[in-house]
Design a protein around this ligand. Structure first.
Ligand code: NAD
Length: 319
């Protein structure tokens, strides 16, 4: 019987699909240092970001036929080495796009109405200083009619655009590879006619100059930040920056300074340099809406990931 190790887990629906296809799924977590001895008992391994599948592990497991990664980034897998050995590596790039885009929207809404701050203040002084808080957290802004700059018009960027257009925002995407994209906005009931809106990429300069909100949806694995002090200086005073891509895509020092000076009114961060011990200075700022890298952590995304992986593994192992 074919056997798969889901070392970082798999959604129950994906597990059931594999089992119904006659593939045994082991969800017991084997510590990284023991995989060298134990992974060879399996035909395939499913990981998320925690388990590393490096060249030495691949070499130690000649029975391994397939590697699958739930999610997008493949930095924990030696993909090149696996493909040299004829082992395919599958991932699920689209499964969590809407979840990440909705989280970015959540941060935008928090910042626009001070929800991140009032959620901190109401429990401590909501009964004693209600009127003071009401005054402090008044003066919010609507998203409708504002301009959203989107860096990266790929899977998540397009989901973000779909949501923003439905909220009646103006969308300015920047993507050197995707010059234009048709964004389809389906209505909830499938009987209703949806809308299709063609978005064209604009220059970084135009987007920076016009955006009220800027959200980043590009891959980033180090090097020069996509948004640093030069780019921030080109943005409007009082604009907002959201980063749900990777820590470092926005220069944290430059962001800190811009938030302190008020040039940037607020930031929404799901990702940080130095995770899992991010810079405390940022965590303690009033004008940041925070989340601990949970962009893809929804039931829907996890289910999509499990099902997509199961389909790919069944196709590969049984077809
Ligand atoms: P994607 O590959 O579909 O799209 C990325 C787009 O960015 C591409 O169209 C590419 O042309 C564009 N791009 C690359 N460099 C650029 C640059 N310098 N300027 C402008 N555009 C640029 O990727 P995706 O599925 O949309 O995911 C985007 C990123 O989101 C991932 O790489 C990942 O780092 C991040 N992500 C985060 C979470 C989370 O939990 N917060 C979850 C999933 C993905």
């Amino acid at each position: 019987m074919l056997k798969i190790l889901a070392n970082d887990g798999i959604h129950a629906d994906g597990k059931a699909m594999l089992e119904n296809a006659g593939i045994e799924v082991d969800t017991m977590k084997i510590p990284q240092e023991e995989l060298m001895d134990k992974l060879n008992d399996y035909d395939g391994i499913i990981v998320r970001s925690a388990t590393k599948v490096r060249a030495d592990l691949i070499d130690a497991c000649p029975n391994l036929k397939v590697i699958a990664r739930g999610g997008v980034g493949l930095d924990n897998i030696d993909v090149q080495h696996a493909s040299e050995k004829g082992i395919p590596v599958y991932n699920t790039p689209a499964a969590s796009s809407n979840s990440v885009a909705e989280l970015a929207l959540g941060h935008m809404m928090n910042l626009s109405r001070f929800l991140h701050q009032s959620n901190r203040s109401m429990p401590t002084s909501g009964t004693t200083d209600f009127k003071v808080l009401k005054k402090s957290f008044g003066g919010g802004v609507e998203l409708a009619g504002k301009t959203l700059g989107i860096i990266g018009l790929g899977r998540i960027g397009q989901e973000m655009a779909r949501i923003a257009l439905a909220l009646r925002m103006k969308v300015l995407p920047v993507d050197p590879m995707v010059k234009e994209a048709n964004i389809n906005i389906e209505m909830y009931s499938s009987d209703e006619v949806g809308l299709s809106i063609k978005l064209k990429s604009v220059t970084m300069e135009k987007m920076l100059a016009e955006a009220d909100y800027l959200t980043i949806h590009v891959p980033f694995s180090g090097g020069k930040p996509i948004i640093g002090s030069e780019e921030i200086a080109q943005m409007k005073k009082g604009s907002f920056i959201i980063n749900t891509s990777r820590g470092g895509a926005v220069d944290e020092d430059a962001l800190f300074e811009a938030l302190q000076s008020g040039h940037i009114a607020g930031a929404g961060l799901d990702v940080f340099v130095n995770e899992p011990t991010p810079d405390e200075r940022l965590l303690k700022m009033d004008n940041i809406s925070l989340s601990p890298h949970i962009g893809a952590a929804t039931h829907e995304a996890q289910r999509n990931i499990g099902i997509e992986l199961a389909e790919k593994l069944i196709d590969f192992l049984l077809e």
